[in-house]
Each structure stands twice: as structure tokens, then as C-alpha cells.
Design a protein around this ligand. Structure first.
Ligand code: NAD
Length: 420
């Protein structure tokens, strides 16, 4: 277990858990079981590269807790992937699924690789080999991966196809985030970003404010979460003043031409090379901009005790998982900055993944209005429970989200008991 708990992200998740446990006085015997994953799988993923050589990549799948249902969580292709990071993200998935009332547990997977360094064929081989290696441990009733950093609907289609070929028939329920034509759900691609935008609205309502043309937004990470969040908030009238990706950021205090920026990013171009009406900024500078809403939507641990004191945004919506370290959360709270916690803010993705899984099992598909309405209602209910617990226990939003999650999860664990 030493490897599992080694990362700062894992330690951060444990601190959040312990803070919530002490505020709500939860049963320590139940909580002891939540500190470690149920199962952690480490696999070798050999790939034959286009030049004929074979390269081995390290892959993981961690199932943290399955009390509420099958494991659910993304699959990440990124150079920073490690066993401990994957385990921490699996733990966050357990808390997220419980918070938003899904009959799902928490899991996460990943391969340590820079996907931009591989060709399409090499990526396909990687996804398929990884699916084969973790195949015995996953399935529609067991553990259901989805896209995350560096993976997309195409990765999920390859994954589903490989798993289905092994079993001899089509098994769409093994992954979510698939393309619509092979059993995906309407609304899944934009669901996480849409959920972030819903949560910003709920937070504004709590702060007695409204999103309008004076609302300014900066987004760190312009991928599957950042882009739809930008589209939604822009449609509501907000100015998207800055966005960034791994190459750096762009800024216009009067608002970027967001359609042009999105079509640039969708063409797989880096923002550092974008030529439009804007100035170039670094990722660090983006965090310090004088905007109303800051959305970290890239990787974890980017807002730290070093840059937190320089943040001028009034509201931070955690689109990414774990973007703010514990010390930084304390600084931001002291500075009166409202934080929408990750397990609430980015839960839109797993909620619509759940819808996709249910639709796939029923072979009956819903329309987009139905999906977005259900997504809104589930998030609104969760947001209300979190703010209620924040007031009741006199704790910050991060702790309140964890309390709200633990109320359901520990109740279920107690009822199921421990065997043997
Ligand atoms: P993505 O791969 O689609 O996009 C990631 C973006 O972040 C890209 O623009 C990339 O260039 C940028 N990025 C990567 N490393 C960076 C760095 N070091 N500095 C600055 N930018 C960097 O990934 P995504 O699916 O949008 O996921 C983003 C975050 O949201 C992750 O933390 C992920 O776990 C979380 N999340 C995603 C989903 C989902 O449905 N995709 C759901 C919940 C949470």
C-alpha cells in the first residue's frame, strides 16, 4: 500500500476525507475501509510502434469501492499517470458517485504515455492491448471505464470493440463515452463542461448574482471539459477572457472570439500557435487574472500555496479532479473565494455516463432535452445538499461535499456489513 498512498493527490484526498469524518463524527471503523482501494491492478502494455520496434507502457486500473454498484471512472493517457495518482482519482470517483446518488462505485485507470507522441495506429494498439490486459477485471456489471485526459470517444470505441471481440458479441455497456453510432448517449461529450456551467449558475444563485455580459471567465485546460464549459457560459452571455492548454494561454480582457478559438483547438492545434485578437500568457499568469470565474479544467495540483494568494477570481469551479491542494483551499477560503468542489462540479460526466450505461442496458435511447433536464436536476439536488451541509456543520464547500457523499456511502456500507 506504500506505493498507493505516496502521491500528494492521494494524501490530499485522505486529508479531505478525515476533515469530513471529524466534522460529521462518522464511524471510524467504516471510514478505515475507505482509506485504501479494494483492488489495484498494474499491467504491462506492449505496443508495436510504426517503426517496427516494441515499446512497453505501464498501465493501471484501480477499483476503490464498489458498495453502491459497479466501479466507474475514466481512463487517462498522460505522462504523469502513476499507481498512486490513479488510486487517488478512483477514491474521488467513489465520493463523486455517492454524492450525486448514482448506483455506482469508484474506479480509475490510466496508462503512463504522452498520447501526442503516438500515431493514430499506435494509439489504437495501446487502447486495445490495455483493454485485453485489464479485461478480466472489468465489465458492465463490474467496472465501466470512460474517457479522461488524453482519451476520447474513439478510444472508447476501440476499447469496447476489443472487449466485445473477446466475448464473441457486442457489449456496449463495458464503457461509456462511446460515439453515438456505437451506443453512446446524446449529451455525453459535453456533459462534464455543461455540468460545470450548471454549477457556476447554482453558485451565482447562492451568491445572489446572475451571469451576464459583465461576467468574466478564465479556463485552464481547453479539452473535453474546458471547451463545453466555455460554450455554455458564453451562450449565457459571459465573456471568456482567457483559455489555456499544455502549450500556454491566450487572453483578451474584452472576451476572446470563442468560436474561432474552439475551431482552432478542435483542429488539434496548440493555443500557443493561435493567431487572433489576443495576447499570449503563461498558464501561471492565467490563474492570476482579475476575472469573476476561474475554471481549472486540466490536471490536478495546479493551485498551490504559492499561487493561491495571487488568485483574484471570486469563484473557482473545479472542472478538473483535485486541481487545488489542501493548503491552497485554506488560503482561498480565508480570502473569501467560493469554491465549487470537484466531486460536485465535474460530476456531469459520470451522471451522463450513468445515463449511457442505463440506456445501453435497456437498448432504449433518450432525447437530449430529457438528458440535460435530468443532469440539471441531479446536480441541483446535490448542490443544495452540499450548501445545506456547509451551513449545518459550518464547514467549507469542499468538506460539505465530502460529508454529503459520506452520509450516503457510509450508510450503505453499514447496511451491507463486512464479510467475513
Ligand atoms: P482533455 O485531455 O480533453 O483536456 C485536457 C486539457 O488540459 C488539454 O487542453 C491539455 O492541453 C491541457 N493540459 C494538460 N496538461 C496540462 C498542463 N500541465 N498545464 C496546462 N494544461 C494542460 O481532458 P479532459 O477530459 O478535459 O479532463 C480535464 C480534467 O477534467 C481532468 O482532471 C479530468 O480528470 C477531469 N474530468 C474529466 C471528465 C470528462 O468527462 N472528460 C469528467 C470529470 C473530470
Amino acid at each position: 500500500m506504500r506505493d498507493i498512498i505516496s502521491s500528494s493527490l492521494y494524501q490530499n484526498a485522505l486529508i479531505q476525507l478525515e476533515e469530513a469524518v471529524s466534522s460529521m463524527k462518522a464511524d471510524p471503523n467504516i471510514v478505515e475501509r475507505l482509506k485504501y482501494p479494494k483492488r489495484a491492478i498494474q499491467v504491462s502494455v506492449p505496443v508495436r510502434l510504426d517503426d517496427g520496434t516494441v515499446k512497453n507502457f505501464e498501465g493501471y486500473r484501480v477499483q476503490h469501492n464498489m458498495t453502491l454498484g459497479p466501479g466507474k471512472g475514466g481512463l487517462r493517457f498522460h505522462p504523469s499517470v502513476s499507481l498512486s495518482e490513479t488510486a487517488a482519482l478512483a477514491m474521488l470517483m467513489t465520493f463523486k458517485c455517492s454524492l450525486v446518488g448514482l448506483p455506482l462505485g469508484g474506479a480509475k485507470g490510466g496508462v503512463r504515455v504522452d498520447p501526442l507522441s503516438l500515431s493514430r495506429q499506435e494509439l489504437q494498439s495501446l487502447a486495445r492491448r490495455y483493454a485485453i490486459e485489464i479485461g478480466p477485471f472489468i465489465g458492465p456489471d463490474n467496472d465501466i471505464p470512460a474517457p479522461d485526459i488524453g482519451t476520447d470517444s474513439q478510444t472508447m470505441a476501440w476499447f469496447m470493440d476489443t472487449y466485445s471481440q473477446i466475448h464473441g458479441f457486442s457489449i456496449p455497456g463495458v464503457v461509456t463515452g462511446k460515439p453515438i453510432v456505437v451506443g453512446g448517449s446524446l449529451g455525453r461529450a459535453e456533459s462534464t463542461g455543461k455540468g460545470v456551467a450548471f454549477c457556476v449558475n447554482f453558485a451565482y444563485e447562492r451568491l445572489n448574482k446572475r451571469i451576464d455580459s459583465s461576467t468574466t471567465v478564465a479556463i485552464h485546460g481547453f479539452g473535453k471539459v474546458g471547451v463545453p464549459a466555455a460554450i455554455d457560459l458564453h451562450q449565457q452571455g459571459a465573456k471568456i477572457c482567457a483559455v489555456s492548454d499544455v502549450s500556454g494561454g491566450i487572453y483578451n480582457k474584452n472576451g476572446l472570439d470563442i468560436e474561432a478559438v474552439i475551431s482552432w483547438a478542435k483542429g488539434k492545434h496548440l493555443l500557443a500557435n493561435y493567431q487572433g485578437d489576443c495576447e499570449k500568457i503563461t498558464n501561471e499568469e492565467l490563474f492570476e487574472l482579475d476575472v469573476d470565474v476561474l475554471i481549472p479544467a486540466a490536471i490536478d495540483g495546479v493551485i498551490t500555496k504559492e499561487n493561491a494568494p495571487k488568485i483574484r477570481a471570486r469563484l473557482i469551479a473545479e472542472g478538473a479532479n483535485g486541481p487545488i491542494t489542501k493548503e491552497a483551499v485554506d488560503i482561498l477560503n480565508d480570502n473569501g473565494i467560493f469554491i465549487i468542489p470537484d466531486i460536485l462540479c465535474n460530476a456531469g460526466g459520470v451522471i451522463v455516463s450513468y445515463f449511457e450505461w442505463v440506456q445501453g442496458l435497456q437498448h432504449f435511447f433518450w432525447d437530449l432535452d430529457q438528458i440535460n433536464k435530468k443532469l440539471h436536476d441531479i446536480l441541483y439536488d446535490a448542490f443544495k445538499r452540499v450548501t445545506h451541509n456547509s451551513d449545518l456543520y459550518n464547514v467549507d464547500m469542499k468538506t460539505a461535499a465530502m460529508i454529503s457523499s459520506l452520509q450516503r456511502l457510509t450508510g450503505a456500507m453499514r447496511l451491507r456489513g463486512m464479510w467475513p
